[in-house]
Design a protein around this ligand. Structure first.
Ligand code: BGC
Length: 552
């Protein structure tokens, strides 16, 4: 482990601030990228059996729920976000019976299950798309997708200039000359959400999984379903999952998404205590629209994730997000890493202003300061866990895993690599299999090598290496999650505390405080207060830079 820091832990005694809010308003959700979490059958790919065996680890970590990336039948051209059958489990991950057993097991451990639903597009291997291809131009089967004639005298130009998020045109031509829309990979045709059959089918899919006991859904590309059916050209072309800046954009964040959401919400409301969270990359002033009382329960808030390690910027995005959620009586959500972005341990180790997506491929890689990144990541998560609202953790961040930026090009699997014309390395570097033990062919992930190679340092970062080591990132997370439950989950407003430049200070309803020295001078810690947890070591009673502390 690259950190010399020693967390100080005193268990909080007072549980009086634990409130009876709906679970999603306060819970810590752990994202499981199933393909890379744990392999139970020894084929090098993570699966349901592997996850079931590791449930006690997640219980002991102290998470309240798991969000599972798509586990449905899929050719895995886009890591399962290309769904061939929404009611079947991908055979490489297991069976429907195993999925049902996982839900039961998780509940036994007190862990809820959130599945990932992908309504914007299907796989090109989905029965509907196969039927569309086999059906004549203008048929009802084609009308489930956006399939259009091209432009130009012989229709050889795409219907619009829309570009795919992954690069290149968003249209591909069929053998009979028509074009189909794919905002993502060309194996992910976009569904036509103006078609009532599509609307009904997804309500039925929601019910299918609710009937099997899932507690919630993470809805993929929640801001992309409604398209401008007059198919105008667009000025602003796509950047990978960036917030759309154009108003009245023909496929991002159109008002037409909201009736669709309300339809789903009415289905969820038939079941007790269920929720759905939107993956909506939209402008901050538009986000509250997605969490109105009859829409999503939550929306991811990517502003915090996108913020630089800068006290003013962070405080600004934190307070803006909290206020925006409060305005519609929702709870904010927080996330620092997921399967689509460079891991924050690495982002925080890069100089301010580095475009981390292009840095992955183009470097220079010697500007990365690994120890700095880890120190900031540890402080950053303590800040995140002290905030009001729900928190999403991404598998492996509790081990301080870095981005594996040097994966050999020949192992890259993300469609972004090819579709961008090999100008963008893609997202494999944050999807490298989890290290569970210090040795073995894939550090305990599988009995064999994992589907992506792990760097050697993963052995020292493994769960086994960190377990019981008080200075480890794993033990920091465990302690933080336990204390958070006691002192940082009340519905109480947040009070921003007067702080020196470069420092963020906040107090929660319980009276507990969090101080993060982002870039200020070392500052004295109030010795009158009980020190609960520190992301590093205090230096003679002073909080050093890149360190966070919780005080009772
Ligand atoms: C998911 C990505 C996926 C894309 C297309 C997203 O936002 O998080 O991993 O590639 O949707 O489904």
């Amino acid at each position: 482990m690259a950190s010399a820091s020693v967390p100080t832990v005193n268990q909080a005694q007072d549980s009086s601030t634990v409130t009876e809010l709906p679970w999603w308003k306060t819970d810590v959700v752990y994202q499981v990228y199933i393909r890379s979490f744990a392999d139970g059958n020894g084929d090098g790919t993570g699966d349901i059996a592997g996850l079931r065996a590791r449930l006690p680890y997640l219980r002991d970590l102290g998470v309240d729920a798991i969000w599972l990336n798509p586990w449905y039948e899929s050719p895995l051209h886009d890591g399962g976000y290309d769904v061939a059958d929404y009611r079947k489990i991908e055979p490489r991950y297991g069976t429907l019976e195993e999925a049902e057993a996982l839900i039961v097991d998780a509940h036994t451990h007190g862990i809820k299950i959130i599945t990932d639903l992908v309504p914007n597009h299907t796989s090109s291997k989905h029965a509907w798309f196969k039927e569309a291809l086999a059906s004549p131009i203008g048929s009802a089967a084609r009308n489930r997708y956006h399939i259009r004639p091209g432009k130009g005298p012989d229709g050889s130009e795409p219907p619009t200039n829309w570009t795919s998020v992954f690069g290149g045109s968003a249209w591909d031509r069929l053998d009979d000359g028509e074009w189909f829309l794919h905002i993502f990979d060309h194996t992910q045709p976009d569904l036509n959400w103006e078609n009532p059959e599509v609307v009904e089918e997804f309500k039925s899919i929601f019910r299918f999984w609710l009937d099997r006991g899932v507690d919630g859904f993470r809805v993929d590309v929640a801001h992309g379903l409604a398209k401008d059916m007059s198919y105008p050209d667009v000025e602003e072309t796509g950047v990978l999952l960036a917030n759309a800046k154009t108003t009245n954009h023909p496929f991002w964040d159109r008002d037409g998404v909201h009736p669709i959401i309300r339809g789903w919400r009415s289905v969820l409301d038939e079941y007790d205590d269920t929720m759905m969270v939107a993956e909506a990359w939209v402008a901050p002033d538009r986000l509250p629209l997605y969490v109105r009382p009859d829409e999503y329960h939550q929306s991811f808030n990517f502003d915090f994730l996108s913020a630089q390690w800068d006290a003013d910027e962070m405080k600004h995005v934190l307070s803006r997000s909290i206020d925006a959620a409060k305005a519609v009586n929702a709870a904010p959500t927080w996330v620092l890493s997921n399967h689509d972005v460079v891991r924050h341990t690495t982002r925080y180790g890069l100089p301010k202003g580095t475009d981390w997506r292009s840095w992955l491929l183009d470097g220079p890689h010697d500007i990365l300061d690994v120890d700095l990144g880890l120190a900031r990541a540890r402080a950053g998560v303590m800040m995140m866990l002290a905030l009001p609202g729900g928190v999403y953790l991404y598998q492996g961040e509790e081990l301080g895993l870095p981005e594996v930026w040097d994966l050999p090009l020949e192992v890259l699997d993300d469609p972004v690599w090819e579709q961008s014309g090999r100008t963008s390395k893609g997202r494999d570097g944050c999807r490298v299999p989890m290290p569970w033990s210090t040795s073995g062919p894939s550090f305990g992930f599988s009995d064999t090598a994992g589907w992506l190679p792990q760097p050697l340092e993963f052995g020292q970062l493994s769960a086994e290496a960190q377990q019981g080591v008080s200075s480890s990132t794993l033990e920091l997370y465990r302690a933080a999650l336990s204390i958070r439950k006691q002192l940082f989950v009340s519905d109480g407003d947040i009070e921003w505390l007067e702080a020196p430049a470069g420092v963020i200070g906040l107090r929660r309803g319980s009276g507990a405080e969090c101080w993060v020295n982002v870039s200020g001078a070392p500052m004295p810690v109030d010795s009158e207060r009980e020190l609960l947890l520190c992301s590093g070591e205090l230096d003679d009673g002073m909080l050093p830079v890149n360190t966070a502390v919780w005080l009772a």
